[in-house]
Design a protein around this ligand. Sequence first.
Ligand SMILES: [Zn+2]
Length: 255
Amino acid sequence: MGILSEQEGDPVAVENAAGRSRILLVCEHASRVLPERLGTLGLSAEALESHIAWDPGALAVSRMMAKSLDATLIYQRFSRLAYDCNRPPESPGAMPETSEIYPVPGNADLSEAARLERAEGLYFPFRDRIASLVRQRIAEGRAPILVTIHSFTPVYFGRERPVEIGILHDADSRLADLMLESAGRSALYTTRRNEPYGPEDGVTHTLQVHGLANGLLNVMIEVRNDLIRDDTSQGVMADYLTGLLLESVPPSQAY
Ligand SMILES: [Zn+2]
């Protein structure tokens, strides 16, 4: 038996699989649901609802963007506390023993077998689903533009973060450069390159594995989660980011 029960089903969700847009949206931290077998990982209800378990608002914004772009969205249905799908299995952050200020007792001293079980149950299916969709679209002559959507907490280790939107990239900054230029022109939000995290923090794993490895245009978007707390504000942000992408993606590659 794996980490998920039969009732819990597939760890990967794909929405709008037939989307016409070349943009492929990915949301690794969409959910705060833990596999039942892991219980609470020894965490309080407050911790399990906080940003350490998921990226609040990120899935809602991703869905709205998928709809207005007519893009496919792939997301992980389980919490990053069980397995952080933006980390490779060998990274300590894949099953963090501590997340920000919270120790995660259920992730302490995991055996090799327990780590492998989580990777097999949650990470590999997610990685492989994205990889096969990317392969398929490349074969069809419409190479995807990989866009991952995240949110971050306004206060981290007790410090307020002034940045509102982060445009993150690894070695390939083509799309990020265009988006930053465009964001700078509108000056609606405090937007920064590779903040509040950057490649040195190990957050560009998905971009590396699926974007850089295939030569795809790619970018990771981080939105401060106080800006996407309800339906209305999520809609405003989704519209803004959709516009930013459409302004930045070379027209020949948009559809
Ligand atoms: Zn995230």
